[in-house]
Design a protein around this ligand. Structure first.
Ligand code: IPD
Length: 274
């Protein structure tokens, strides 16, 4: 049995309690789908309520720490060195449409470096978590990225730009990226939750994941979980990924280099060129 630290227990409790509330609200959304008014207002209220719950739980345990919240923005506490980075409902569009794929993501950064993360999928009761230098886990099971080394076998996840303000350059950038990998891989998926995409790379379900223009709350927990599971997280150009980087590429260890080359439009080397 894996022993979780006090810190991870605090984060897990906040995510699991909020998850139970989200499951109740998700049931309501399924009813509202068919009503004339639709579920949009209800979902934004559920999102705000979930954020308040996570915040209260975390604040009770560590009253001094600061917050960076998807809805509430930056809230400084007495301790500005430690910052909880929270997405209370990642996969909001799925939730809104009654699609059962969403999660709560909580990262803790110390001096801008993520040192602990949890991602909780309440419908599957899957808790992905990691602490710096202590490995990554799914519930009680140690996580390891996949061992695939061949691009032809690789299943990648991505996110498709959708916000109006993302504008033409982001759309074109994404289409170029898709064109670089299309036809070279086993497949590309778009499931609609960046945090779960990262968690699934850590769990070896996906071999890699890329996206543009994410926010720190989408990725804070996930980047640590992937790295602690033995994966790589960089920008698509190869630089180390930092919170606020313009794009992200998270992969297992064997495919990182081949994928960087593929995105850069460079020919593959060795067996990969076959
Ligand atoms: C979104 C999801 C989605 C990703 C978007 C994110 P939200 O987060 O993670 O998969 O493509 O870029 O904004 O809005 O559901 O918290």
């Amino acid at each position: 049995m894996t022993r979780r630290s006090a810190l991870i227990n605090v984060m897990a409790r906040a995510a699991e309690r909020t998850g139970r509330a989200l499951i109740r609200d998700f049931g309501e959304v399924e009813q509202l789908q068919v009503s004339r008014k639709g579920p949009a207002d209800f979902v934004s209220a559920a999102d705000i309520k979930a954020e308040r719950m996570v915040r209260q739980e975390l604040q009770r345990a560590r009253p001094e720490y600061s917050f960076l919240l998807e809805e509430g923005g930056r809230i400084d506490g007495a301790d500005k060195q430690h910052v909880w980075i929270v997405d209370p409902l990642d996969g909001t569009t799925n939730f809104l449409h009654g699609l059962p794929h969403f999660c709560i993501s909580i990262g803790l950064a110390r001096d801008d470096e993520v040192i602990a993360g949890v991602i909780y999928d309440p419908l599957k009761d899957e808790l992905f978590w990691a602490e710096k230098n202590a490995g990554a886990y799914l519930n009680d099971r140690r996580l390891r990225v996949s061992a695939r080394k061949q691009l032809d076998d690789a299943l990648l996840a991505t996110g498709i730009p959708f916000r109006l303000h993302e504008g033409k350059p982001v759309k074109e950038k994404f289409i170029d990226q898709l064109q670089s990998v299309m036809g070279r891989l086993a497949g590309v998926r778009r499931f609609g939750s960046a945090a779960l995409d990262l968690a699934y790379v850590a769990a070896g379900r996906y071999d890699g994941y890329w996206e543009n223009g994410l926010h720190p709350w989408d990725v804070a927990a996930g980047i640590l979980i992937v790295r602690e599971a033995g994966g790589f997280v960089t920008e698509i150009g190869g630089r180390r990924y930092e919170l606020g980087s313009p794009d992200i590429l998270a992969t297992n260890d064997g495919l990182h280099e081949p994928l960087l080359r593929l995105f850069a439009g460079k020919p593959q080397t060795g067996r990969l060129a076959d």
